[in-house]
Design a protein around this ligand. Sequence first.
Ligand code: NCD
Length: 307
Amino acid sequence: MRSIIDIPDLSLAELDALMDRAEDIIARPDDYADACRRKKLATLFFEPSTRTRLSFEAAMYELGGQVISVAGADASSVAKGESIADTVKTVSCYADIIAMRHPKEGAARVASMNASIPVINAGDGGHAHPTQTLADLLTIRREKGGFSGLTVGLCGDLKFGRTVHSLLNALSRYENMRFVLISPEELKVPSYVKSEALKKKNIPYTQETDLERVIGDLDILYMTRVQRERFFNEEDYLRLKDSYILTPEKLKKAKKDLCVMHPLPRVNEISVAVDQDPRACYFRQVLYGKFMREALILMLLKEAGTL
Ligand code: NCD
């Protein structure tokens, strides 16, 4: 049974096909309105979420399917000590596909090894978040017309930010990309991500601490939130939380066609005044996430023989 735990579970051809499918759904939503009739998605979210859970649920409804869900660890038998394995074996009896978010790295992998239906990782601790990457890819393709020759700046908490890890994995598959990794010393991209996504493939990248120094070189600026929930102590979080704040003033130094992205939620990293700037792409990015999740659900249910 095929599950999607991280971006390497999808080939480059599949990433492109998912984007094409999402474009077709955008153009012809009525053709998909019954595609998942009488099929059920289970959303198991053991960590806070607004966009990811709602976009999975909205995606399934737009495909004519139905949704069942547990509202967090406290509200399910996990609170009684049930294992992930037993939970997903149970959910496999009720649903056709699972989207799961969990605070522990590797939880979605464990779920996929025990479920008899496809599992989609909707974020596992500080590890990976492949469906956010699908949203990010469609955003870049739509805003920039493609991937070749882009200089991509990733800024903020690159250590714990799982969206950054999955995005680097995906973008490094395209030709002719350059990365500027902008973070405080303590929040650099983990070396396992750098070696898999960048070093193995000889992709050019630099590491910076100063956003203003490099903002003018960028085609994409991907801002991220400092991941408070993954810090071991509050003092470190308080010291680092406002390391980068994007303002209209700083954007004056940026390219006219820069694309500013953020997986959201935003805390302080982008001042709300930036929302008026046509270069702010983050709310379009939210919308594209729903279409990409529709495309992924369709792909996995077809492969599982459910559709
Ligand atoms: C991200 C996440 O959960 O990793 N949010 C999201 O799914 N859009 C980013 C974050 O929480 O900072």
